[in-house]
Design a protein around this ligand. Sequence first.
Ligand SMILES: Nc1nc2c(ncn2[C@@H]2O[C@H](COP(=O)(O)OP(=O)(O)O)[C@@H](O)[C@H]2O)c(=O)[nH]1
Ligand SMILES: [Mg+2]
Ligand SMILES: [Zn+2]
Length: 292
Amino acid sequence: MREGRVVRAISGFFDVFDDGQVRRCRARGVFKVKGTTVLVGDFVRYEPVGAQEGIIREVLPRRTELIRPPIANVDHVVVACSFVTPDLSFYMLDKTLLQASVAGVEPTIAFTKADLVSPELASATVELYRRLGYEAVAVAAKQGEGVSVLRARLQGRVTVLAGPSGAGKSTLANALAPGISFKTGEVSEKIGRGRQTTRHVELVRLDDATWMADAPGFSQLQVPVASREVRLHFPEFRPLAQECAYRDCLHLDEDNCAVKRAVEEGHVPAPRYMSYRQLYEEAREQELNAYS
Ligand SMILES: Nc1nc2c(ncn2[C@@H]2O[C@H](COP(=O)(O)OP(=O)(O)O)[C@@H](O)[C@H]2O)c(=O)[nH]1
Ligand SMILES: [Mg+2]
Ligand SMILES: [Zn+2]
């Protein structure tokens, strides 16, 4: 039995990368254990069959698991967030950061299309998120700005790109890995009416330790979170929460809330707090729907 990494899943087959070679495998037996599936990113035990095929017998334990896109063992997400077209949305950014945090995947924010705004706005936005405790970089893909910083952050990790359609994910992927051509998935999906479009998740190898997921059609991460837990994924709330009058303060309508005070005093950006309230409400609504 050998071990490899699933890099692609296509209608019942799994491409397993092992020792510089990709084998097309079927999964046998692993599905019999209830709830077990094979995901792209999984490490599996497999039996080679001939020179190019194999049978997956076992899925090894996962470090992380994303539901959308369906991918295992990702340890880094580059959150693409454009300054323009689409316009910068702190809410969308904060939502993706929340989901990365819930999934236990470290985020790096790429503020894309920095060439289309003033350098002052670009660096102020990057600073805003750095002060909150995030890794953030301004990117102008065509000019190569920010690309080498990001590439260094990919090293030795499995990275997935997330962010809304048009944010520049494919452009960034191509800049990060010249020589590998990433499909502009979102575009073909809109044109390809009635056609089966590429919703396959695929891991692209940059070197043996460095992989990047091309997940066209999955612009957002999607991970469920309990409403009461949302606050725990806003790192800047953590030191403040100890100062709240209520130990279990949700930072909503409670009296003597240190988070709300910090917002009023400008220490926590107001859009960030508005994102929190909205994401709390969304999580709450999901809970109410689930129990009704
Ligand atoms: N000016 C500028 N345009 C960009 C940049 N990155 C992407 N774009 C453009 O934005 C559009 C959407 O990019 P694409 O990579 O397809 O976005 P995706 O949908 O997130 O994969 C394309 O027309 C790109 O040429 C950038 O850094 N600067
Ligand atoms: Mg794309
Ligand atoms: Zn509070």
